[in-house]
Design a protein around this ligand. Structure first.
Ligand code: SF4
Length: 351
């Protein structure tokens, strides 16, 4: 066992008490993938990672890290739309068992939940974290220690949830952790509201991207995501750039993802998410073997109850039509959980 009692207590306290520890299995280290090394390690060997960190940190002086382009000086303590300070604020970090199977594996995904958000949807399931910024401000060195602690627990990747507004800190922490032995894939888990110019700084750093594609219509994006009318066009360009960088999802012989792109799409009531347009766009603009997770778990959260159009869960029929569209447009790599649910409902409806 290489995760000592003191370290456990420290990690538990740093996580605000949300650290979840499950079986002893977690303490085993992931097996090697032959000659594979994480992208950020290759970049460091080429002598380019420090330069990227410098480039990223300069953006804090006139923050254009995301499409909101607030232009505030976060180094001087000014805050923009996301309300984030310059240091990362962490709500919790722990092995997470609710991700896709190839991300979760048997030991969990090493998830770090960053507080604050640059999109702020009115149906946000993490609203105390994203909207209210609950959490604890830490240094980049602390963030690096969290990554290392998650690795020691046996997690399969470092899962950065809502990373956009703290990208420079993530780069810096990754380099610090790399020097102390970090070797897990870096997994960028984002709303998709990303600028291509900023993603280019991450080229050769991130191993796995998992963007959402929340809406295909500007009016819906503006209405439900704090005026982000440009979300559909911005997210489409961002996803194309992510795919250019990492390609389709690659899974090792143990069923664990180590590089590539997964897209998440939450089916919403009354076709608010534009699911048919989404699957058509994926089929026509990415490969049909793109890993797509069409999710059924929309629920009424935060202020969604104030908007009749989205003030209910989705129906079985709405989920079924979403999956049928994916099939019709030829997507071949749908998330196994969604496919099982689809099969279950198909059988039930045919009886
Ligand atoms: S990261 Fe925050 S401060 Fe910077 S542009 Fe985006 S919303 Fe504004």
């Amino acid at each position: 066992m290489d995760f000592g009692r003191r370290e456990f207590i420290k990690a538990f306290l740093l996580s605000g008490g949300y650290l979840l520890i499950t079986p002893i299995d977690l303490l085993s280290r992931p097996k090697s993938r032959g000659k594979w090394v994480p992208a950020y390690e290759r970049l460091e060997r080429e002598g380019k990672l420090a330069q990227r960190i410098e480039q990223a940190y300069a953006l804090f002086e006139n923050c254009h890290l995301c499409p909101r382009r607030c232009g505030v000086n976060r180094k001087k303590g000014e805050k923009g739309f996301c309300q984030a300070p310059m240091n990362p604020v962490i709500f919790s970090y722990h092995p997470h068992f609710g991700e896709e199977m190839s991300i979760t594996g048997k030991n969990g995904s090493g998830t770090i939940f960053f507080s604050n958000c640059n999109l702020r949807c009115i149906f946000c399931q993490n609203w105390p974290i994203a909207h209210e910024g609950r959490g604890r401000e830490v240094r980049d060195e602390d963030l690096a220690e969290m990554m290392l602690a998650l690795q020691k627990m046996g997690c399969h990747n470092i899962n950065l949830v809502t990373p956009t507004h703290v990208m420079p800190n993530i780069l810096n922490a990754t380099r610090i952790a790399l020097k102390k032995g970090l070797h897990l894939p870096l997994f960028y888990n984002t709303s998709g509201y990303e600028r291509v110019e900023i993603l280019k700084i991450l080229d050769g750093v991130v191993d796995i991207y998992k963007p959402d594609m929340k809406y295909m219509d500007s009016d819906k994006a503006a209405k439900y995501s704090s005026g982000a009318y440009d979300y559909p066009e911005v997210a489409k360009k961002a996803i194309l750039e992510m795919h250019r960088q990492v390609g389709d999802l690659k899974i090792d012989e143990e069923g664990i993802a180590y590089r590539g792109l997964l897209i998440r799409h939450l089916v919403m009531p009354n076709r608010v998410a534009g699911t048919e347009k989404f699957v058509k766009w994926v089929a026509e603009n990415l490969s049909k073997s793109t890993y797509v997770n069409i999710m059924a778990q929309y629920r009424v959260e935060y202020k969604a109850y104030e908007y009749p159009e989205i003030a209910r869960g989705i129906t079985v029929e709405e989920f079924m039509e979403a999956m049928e569209w994916a099939k019709r447009y030829g997507l071949t790599n749908l998330d196994p959980h969604s496919k099982s649910l689809w099969e279950f409902y198909k059988k039930r409806l045919s009886n």
